[in-house]
Design a binder for this molecule. Sequence first.
Ligand code: TYM
Length: 333
Amino acid sequence: MLRRGVFFSHRDLDLILDDWASGGGFFLYTGRAPSLGMHIGHLIPFMLTKWVQEKFSVNVYIEITDDEKFLRNPEYTLEETRRWAYDNILDIIAVGFNPDKTFIFQNTEYIGKMYSLVIKIAKKVNFSEASAAFGLKPSSNIGTVFYPAIQLAPTFFEQRRCLIPAGIDQDPYWRLQRDIAGSLGYLKAAQIHSKFLPPLTGPEGKMSSSIPESAVYLSDDPKTVERKVMKHAFSGGQPTADLQRKLGANLEDDVPYQWLYYFLEEDDSKIKRLEEDYASGRMLTGEVKQLLVEKLNSFLEKHRERRENARELVDVFKYDGALAKRMWSSVPP
Ligand code: TYM
C-alpha cells in the first residue's frame, strides 16, 4: 500500500524514523467511529497500522468512538453505538494486532482515565478554531463541539512521538493537534494519510451505507459480493467485447482494477500484466470483475475466520493484555 501510493502523504514520518533509529521509538494511534457494519475501505488504515506494529514492534492505541457516533447522528442511540463498538472491535482484532502491545478502548468506558488530559486540550481550542476545522454551526449540539478534544487526547498517551495512520478525512484533527501540542508540553503527532478507496459504483464519491451496493461489507457473503461486483462495479472497459478488444479499458475510471491495485493483488508482476492486458483490450471487463470477486471472497473468508477467533480476545485487548492493564492502572501523562 505504501509502494502503490494508497498512503500518499505524510507529516514528520522522517522524524518518526529518526526517533526509531536513535533508540527513542514511537507509538501508533488510530481509531474508528463504530457503525452497523465495516466495509473493506475501513480496514485500510488498520492494515497499515498492524504492519508498522509488526515491523517496528511498537505500541498501538485504538480509539473506538461510540460517543462521536452517538453525538453526530440524531437517529442513533447510545445502546446502538455501543453494540456496534463490540462488533467493530471483532473486525479490528481480526486484522492481527499484538495483544500485549495494543490497547483498544471505547470512549464511554475509558473517558474517566483520559479526562484530565481531555480538558487540558479543550481549554486550548476556542469555538471559532473548532468550527473552522469541523464545520460546526450554532445549531450543532455541544457534544460535537467538545468531541475533538477527545480524539486528540490519545496522541499524548506516551512521551514519545505519535504516528497516526488514517484516511485523509481525519486530517483536520491532526492539524489542530499540531497547533496546540507545543503549548501543552507535548510533541506534534506525525501522520500518514490514506486515499479513500472509491465506491464500487464509480470512481468519485464515498462508499455509503445508504447505498449498499456502493460498498463491500466485511459481512457480505460470497453470493452478495459476486452480485455487487458483476452488477454494480463501475467499469472503465468498453460497452461491447468487440470495442473492448479494439480500444481497451480506461484504468483510471475502472473501480475493479483500482480495488485490485490498491489492496487485493499483492503480486507486482501480476498487477503489471493485468494493466497491460486490460488497457490494450486483450482482457475483458467480465474477466477483471471475476478476478475481483475471487480475491474479495478469499480475503473475506479469511477475515471471517479470524473474526470468529477474535471473540475470546476482546477482553485481552480492552482490559487484560499487558498494555491494556498498564493503561487502566495509571492515568496517561
Ligand atoms: P471512521 O470510523 O469514519 O473511519 C475509520 C478509518 O477508516 C478510514 N476510512 C477509509 N479509508 C480508506 N477508504 C475508505 N473508503 C475509507 N472510509 C473510511 C477513516 O479515515 C479512518 O481512518 N473520527 C474517526 C474515528 C477516530 C480515528 C482516530 C480515526 C478516532 N480517533 C484516530 C483515525 C485515527 C472516524 O469517524 O473514523
